[in-house]
Design a protein around this ligand. Structure first.
Ligand SMILES: Nc1ncnc2c1ncn2[C@@H]1O[C@H](COP(=O)(O)OP(=O)(O)O)[C@@H](O)[C@H]1O
Ligand SMILES: [Mg+2]
Length: 278
């Protein structure tokens, strides 16, 4: 898809991005390169994959990473129940033949990665928060990311029927191997500029007036420079703005605003710092 069309389609799916990100996405798609999105929490990494699927009319298949995530959860499991039923029905056949049948595609339960590879139409595969998974999992991903193939010991190699557009996201909790980085296009998503944030706020919260939206965005920019223990991402700012709208605040100088910081920051220390700063 052309860069400008993509940017427009993403906006129609509720995602606002700048020209360089739209260009990177269309080139990655063209070169069949996975995109590694890094950046602080709440800047729209997950949302980008979701909007991209919407913008290109594809299915979004999501693999949420966590510590201890292994191939079984990412790739496939065998449908033991179905295998058992089959075994009972085939009690008299030779074992070699039965074994071959048992580990055929019919008895596979595809997990997200395999599901994306077996999809008839190219899907969007989101490998979310990969920095939470272990290094072994990262090594396992390498083959999948470059060859679009995965090995299943009992079955053999499965090649992708269609190549999905792959997004990997990371909050930069840890660094990745050179091998993984080499296979991906790296893009850092930073906090939005004030103008971008106003645009996003107003599109998600149509009831929010322009003046208050500007004040909220300026406040968010300031809060992010305050070295809080957890800087507010867009998700928190959106929640906060929705609350301010709900209670009928028209400007941030309103004395009730201080009590709403709970929606913006997530610790007592950060809350007190915002209050002191007022
Ligand atoms: N560029 C953007 N355009 C529109 N909405 C955005 C954008 N960036 C972030 N958001 C909003 O911010 C919220 C947090 O985004 P999310 O994707 O969960 O962040 P991350 O995955 O980076 O932690 C979402 O609700 C999303 O709607
Ligand atoms: Mg996310």
């Amino acid at each position: 898809m052309k860069t400008l069309d993509l940017k427009k389609n993403l906006a129609e799916n509720g995602y606002f991005c700048n020209d360089d990100l739209a260009l990177i996405l269309s080139l990655s798609e063209l070169l069949k390169k996975p995109v590694l999105l890094e950046g602080p929490a709440g800047v729209g990494k997950t949302e980008l994959a979701r909007a991209y699927a919407g913008a290109t009319g594809r299915e979004l298949i999501r693999l949420q990473c966590y510590e201890g995530l292994d191939e079984r959860h990412a790739l496939y499991e065998w449908n033991y129940q179905k295998q058992l039923l089959y075994l009972e029905s085939r009690a008299k056949s030779s074992w070699e033949e039965t074994k071959k049948d048992l580990f055929s595609e019919e008895f596979l339960l595809p997990r997200p990665l395999l599901k994306a590879f077996l999809s008839e139409k190219p899907a969007v595969l989101l490998i979310d928060e990969i920095d939470k998974s272990d290094e072994e999992f990262e090594s396992f991903l390498l083959e999948a990311l470059s060859d679009f193939a995965v090995s299943i010991p009992e079955h053999g190699t499965v090649r992708a029927k269609t190549v999905p557009m792959i997004f990997l996201t990371s909050n930069a909790m840890r660094d990745f191997s050179d091998a993984l980085k080499r296979r991906c296009v790296h893009y850092y998503i930073d906090y939005p500029t004030k103008e971008q944030e106003v645009r996003i706020l107003r599109s998600k919260l149509p009831a929010l007036g322009e003046k208050l939206a500007g004040e909220i965005a300026a406040f968010a920019q300031k809060a992010r420079k305050m070295k809080l223990s957890r800087a507010p991402g867009l998700a928190e700012v959106l929640d906060w703005a929705a609350v301010l709208c709900e209670i009928g605040i028209e400007e941030l100088s309103d004395s009730r605003v201080g009590d709403t910081y709970h929606f913006l920051v997530k610790s007592r220390e950060d809350f007190l710092r915002l209050k002191e700063d007022k």
